[in-house]
Design a protein around this ligand. Structure first.
Ligand SMILES: Cc1cc2nc3c(=O)[nH]c(=O)nc-3n(C[C@H](O)[C@H](O)[C@H](O)COP(=O)(O)OP(=O)(O)OC[C@H]3O[C@@H](n4cnc5c(N)ncnc54)[C@H](O)[C@@H]3O)c2cc1C
Length: 353
């Protein structure tokens, strides 16, 4: 285990914002993880587990304790057991692998189940945390189990899918058991020879008029293309990419709140957007609420701004501080709540605030 001190965290995040980690270690094996945990405990240091840094806002002061970068690598493929996994192919993937590299690997292996999640930045270990989802798929549909180091029990454990408590952008890892588990490996069960999932409107539109069914590789390319148009693909040098992706979750509303929102929209001569992805859980479009509250695409507020391609992404326009991002976040939350009666919750994890 190589321990470093005062390591700048900004370059390790997609936002490129934030102060240093007092101590920093890259854990490449389960043994490294255990050593790092022992070090943090022996000094009574707070521990933060870093993946690909794509869903974080690190404070300007940084992290006062130990940052453990989950860097276990490796993708192992094995046939599933017919009784348990319906002939699916299993992939045991190290938490430190790039998520998109794994999706590419699965597509080349002609295994279906994650193709719509192409182009999402970050690590494999980060995917169960907020039950990553896009374009009609969520990882909770294909995660078979998650191998973790349980800080409470002090041992390595295997959690089955049901034990992870997956829901919209949530799991036990970011709710009830936040901070308890370090994810070491994730096992995905994918369908060999399966067809791509083409349910999302943007994807259907992309393939409109085509006579043959797109394959997994074409679906992956289509998703990456659509994501690039929305600034949701990390392209080096592209100014809209210095973000944490969508800054707010789509709010899940009660029947009453939904009606109230529709009425407020009517009073302004507007119609609340409704499409299948939102209807499944009575969600409202956070992007629509942000834009209809005056925060339009491309709008700048000093060093921070709204992406020119997506109203939901707060971007670092260069040299932004975490304090500036927080100020814009609060401005948006207050305005949306005043106009629409809905409180938006941020999606990224706030570190060191
Ligand atoms: C341009 C862009 C587009 C995006 N699009 C999407 C999208 O379409 N859908 C979507 O769901 N998300 C999206 N995101 C958000 C983000 O990419 C995902 O949430 C991703 O899974 C985060 O993984 P990460 O490894 O970067 O985690 P990090 O950002 O490093 O960490 C996020 C949280 O996970 C925890 N964590 C990370 N690794 C581990 C581990 N091994 N063990 C325990 N805890 C861990 C951290 O402690 C932290 O709490 C996008 C982000 C960007 C920048």
């Amino acid at each position: 285990m190589v321990l470093q001190e005062n390591v700048p965290l900004a370059p390790l995040t997609t936002f490129k914002i934030g102060g240093p980690a007092r101590f920093y270690v890259e854990a490449r094996t389960t043994g490294d993880v255990q050593d790092a945990v022992s070090f943090a405990r022996s000094r009574d240091l707070p521990l933060f587990v870093l993946g690909g840094g794509s869903n974080l806002l690190v404070s300007d002061a940084g992290w006062p304790g130990l940052v453990l970068k989950a860097a276990i690598s490796g993708i192992e493929q094995r046939p599933g057991n017919d009784d348990n996994e319906d002939g699916k192919t299993l992939f045991d993937v190290g938490a430190g692998e790039s998520w998109d590299r794994f999706v590419c690997h699965a597509v080349i292996a002609r295994c279906a189940g994650v193709e719509c999640l192409s182009g999402i930045p970050g690590s494999v270990g980060g995917t169960p945390v907020q039950n990553v989802g896009a374009y009609g798929q969520e990882v909770s549909e294909t995660i078979e189990s998650v191998e973790v180091f349980d800080l409470k029990a002090g041992q390595v454990r295997e959690l089955c899918r049901e034990a992870c408590g997956f829901n919209y952008r949530s799991s036990i890892f970011n709710t009830t058991e936040r901070g308890r588990f370090i994810i070491l490996r994730v096992t995905y069960a994918l369908e060999p020879g399966g067809a791509p999932r083409l349910e999302y409107a943007d994807l259907k539109r992309h393939f409109e008029g085509r006579e043959t069914m797109p394959n997994l590789a074409e679906t992956r390319e289509a998703v990456r293309h659509i994501r690039a148009l929305k600034g949701m693909l990390i392209v080096p040098g592209e100014p809209d990419c210095q973000s944490a992706g969508s800054f707010f979750k789509n709010p899940v509303l009660s029947e009453q709140q939904h009606l109230e929102l529709i009425n407020r929209a009517k009073a302004r001569g507007l119609t609340v957007p409704s499409y299948p992805a939102l209807e499944t859980r009575k969600k409202a479009s956070a992007a629509w609420l942000v834009e209809r509250s005056g925060f339009v695409k491309g709008h700048g507020f000093g060093h921070v701004g709204i992406s020119s391609k997506h109203a939901l992404a707060i971007v670092n326009r260069g040299g932004a501080s975490a304090a500036e991002v927080m100020a814009l976040k609060e401005q948006i939350q207050t305005r949306v709540e005043e106009i629409w009666g809905v409180r938006l919750e941020p999606e990224p994890v706030m570190v060191g605030f």
